[in-house]
Design a protein around this ligand. Sequence first.
Ligand SMILES: [Zn+2]
Length: 277
Amino acid sequence: MKIHAIEAGRVRVTKRWIAGEGKGFRRLLNALFDKTMTDWLPIYVWVIEHPEGKIVIDTGIPHDANKSRYFPPFMPLVQRAAHFDISEEEEIGPKMRALGLDPKDVRWVILTHLHQDHDGGLHHFPCAEFLVSQDEWDFASGLKGRLNGYLNQRWPRGFAPTRVNFGDGPLGPFPGHTKLTCAGDVTLIPTPGHAPGHLSVLVKEGDATIMFAGDTSYTENNLIGMIADGVGTDIDAELETHRKILAYAYKHPTVYLPSHDPEASKRLAGRIALQFE
Ligand SMILES: [Zn+2]
């Protein structure tokens, strides 16, 4: 199976955004008011050339993400703490076409969650079925979603993704899962914490699992170090998700690929699994 790591723009955020400090609301304020920024980090979109159809995981950010009116007026702190860098040609549609992949051929677009740097390229996939967890949809849509910081006013009109409920029973340490492909080699699992309905994608390749982890942690090191981010909705759930991923990866060789880890594309290319000493 050919799998592409496509960098659709870059993001930099405050250091306490990536590795949170403090508890509760104070933790969020620490992340938003921190004056030190990370280096530019990739925004990865993953494209899987699966025999049952092309699969895209997350869709990146749009090129107008830095415009002053991209975020609503009540979110100046978020705009201050998160910067984007992307040109029109770097959006996922043009990037795929440059690789000879037609976005119109994509069968499924899986959204790990609905933050703006993951759902910013929905319009590039007019023929795809979108998948998002029911919990994330409930949290992110409507006025409530807007107040929770989701930019749902930017979703294409009539956006109605298939909601995933993980009804296929437990899978190892994970309480549920949903099989996507008939072959059974692409599975969606709940990985809440960073966002309430965050999901991850497990792709079986021989004995190995490739895990597309969204923002479960910002880097592999933060997973191993059990470091929760500073903006997640539930720090305990996030750390519990880390434990479950590590328990899974201990039993099954797992290539762990968060969306913004600068080392992720190298690990994918070399199929380098998480190491335990
Ligand atoms: Zn996120």
